[in-house]
Design a protein around this ligand. Structure first.
Ligand SMILES: *Cc1c(COP(=O)(O)O)cnc(C)c1O
Length: 351
């Protein structure tokens, strides 16, 4: 650290992204990317339709918002597009938390929530999940603050039903609920239909997982117009050109391929069922996942030892050094070939 680093951030612990090794040396089951590539025609279309690069990108993301409006049956005024959903989350922390409105989120969840609370110097409380990693809404009762829930949760994969989310919104009309639906397309129920009814709900989604565009950095928020305005106030105070012209065109082009997206998500769900069965057969305990990953542990091998052994076998998974989940690894669901390679490696390691 230089002596010029702001005293505000001297102790800031940044988010640690999953490994992104260069080259194709590993089977990557560590960052929940899609194993399916965007087809060439989508990219060609985006190249053709992108606004000239000489000009600044459209800060309103007009075309992309209309496309999202069609797919999600939500008026464009209730949609905001961001540079990845991470940016949307950062804006939500800035917009909806303050010295007297803390951020509330589970102790085991997406690591970025804590980082966003810290970098924005906001008070926060981590509310422990139950022993089985389920979330009990009653644990939030009586606590005022803006709640951030990943649904399905990461890295557990466990989802809350729409009924539970609605119960939550109904019981906390004076607090904002931010639902991070990065993994919702793999079998969970989306809260988007509740936006029309609850002015305190913001749903955040991403093109990174189900739509195979992690590298494009594209996310969006669906919320009541007033919440969208608040988020835009922060967006226009930080980076209004956050989504470049090519990415906007790419997002609109991929939304014309909803059938392909749904088919990919279905394949992931089938491969997930196979993987859960395979892991259980090998003696793993696997949490019930509705995501494109599973969270699993074995009594026969320590979590970190397994992560390292798989890496030796050319397979990357994600291990978290948190006391409650140290025994587990998060394994992204890939192609059947990927999952069969995983099975072979596990059999060798456990033998
Ligand atoms: C991957 C992920 C995101 C980030 O998505 P981007 O759109 O790529 O920034 C957000 N929330 C959760 C829970 C995630 O796992």
């Amino acid at each position: 650290m230089s002596r010029f680093m702001s005293s505000r951030f001297k102790t800031l612990e940044p988010y640690v992204p999953g490994e992104q090794p260069s080259g194709q040396t590993y089977i990557k089951l560590n960052t929940n990317e899609s194993p399916f590539s965007m087809t060439g025609d989508v990219i060609e279309k985006a190249v053709r339709l992108a606004r000239p690069y000489r000009l600044y990108s459209d800060t309103q993301c007009t075309e992309l918002r209309s496309a999202l409006s069609r797919v999600y049956c939500v008026p464009p005024g209730r949609i905001m597009v961001t540079g990845g959903s991470d940016e949307a989350l950062d804006l939500a922390f800035m917009a909806f938390c303050s010295d007297d409105v803390p951020a509330l989120f589970p102790d085991i969840t997406y690591g970025f929530y804590k980082v966003y609370a810290c970098v924005n110097r906001l008070p926060f409380e981590e509310i422990p999940l139950r022993d089985d990693f389920s979330l009990a809404l009653s644990d939030y009762a009586g606590k005022r603050g803006t709640v951030f829930l990943a649904n399905p949760n990461a890295p557990t994969g466990i989802a809350l039903s729409l009924d539970k989310i609605e119960e939550f919104l109904f019981s906390r009309p004076d607090d904002v609920l931010v639902v991070d639906e990065a993994y919702v397309d793999f079998g969970a129920e989306s809260s988007v239909p509740l936006v029309a009814k609850y002015p305190n709900l913001a749903v955040i989604q991403t093109f990174s997982k189900s739509r195979s565009l992690a590298g494009a950095r594209l996310g969006f928020v669906i919320a009541n117009e007033e919440l969208i305005q608040d988020l835009n106030t922060l967006r226009f105070s930080t980076n209004p050109y956050d989504v470049n012209s090519f990415t906007q065109a790419l997002g609109a082009a991929v939304l014309e391929k909803e059938e392909a997206t749904r088919k990919n998500c279905l394949t992931i769900q089938q491969n997930r069922a196979w993987t859960v069965e395979m892991l259980s057969r090998l003696g793993f305990k696997v949490l019930p996942s509705l995501s494109n990953f599973v969270f699993a542990r074995s009594d026969r091998i320590d979590g970190e030892a397994l992560y390292l052994a798989l890496k030796e076998h050319g397979i990357l998974v994600r291990h978290f050094n948190h006391p409650r989940i140290r025994d587990y690894n998060r394994i992204t669901i890939g192609t059947m070939n990927d999952m069969k390679s995983l099975e072979n490696a596990l059999k060798t390691i456990l033998a």
